[in-house]
Design a protein around this ligand. Sequence first.
Ligand code: FES
Length: 158
Amino acid sequence: MKVRLLKKGPLQIDGDIPIKEVLMVMDDSGKVTEFQERKTFGTTENPKHICRCGRSDNMPYCDGRHSQVGFDAPETTDREAYNAAAETIDNSAEKAVSLLQSAKRLGPVGVSGGVQIVGEDGFEYAPKMQAAICRCGQSKNMPFCDGAHVHAEHMVIK
Ligand code: FES
């Protein structure tokens, strides 16, 4: 089970990993207080391609729009530091991909349970129990979410 960052394109999900839509419930200060699972996407298509430029008209799936908007997301995170902070993976934990959103806007793709993330060049990020991959295309810490989606107009749910 892997998720792969396709160059200048979507997130590819290999294998039978459940994809869920999860609502982040927040308090008045914007702090997440609860995660509510809303639905599981029932596609049999494999691999699956999840939009990460934030512009698809067929969310959460890629519709090819990334090439029209010139999406380019070179990985800027400190890979060495990320992998150095390795975690013990609980193999009994469910491996899942969660499409996170608040009541008003879309957020990152949560990857949990030690699912392997593979970079555009094949780099293997150390598996973690939780990671959040940017799907607005605006993070300065690619491929991970840095919170920039809260200012991205195209992530507002209409
Ligand atoms: S989804 Fe892009 S910064 Fe959070």
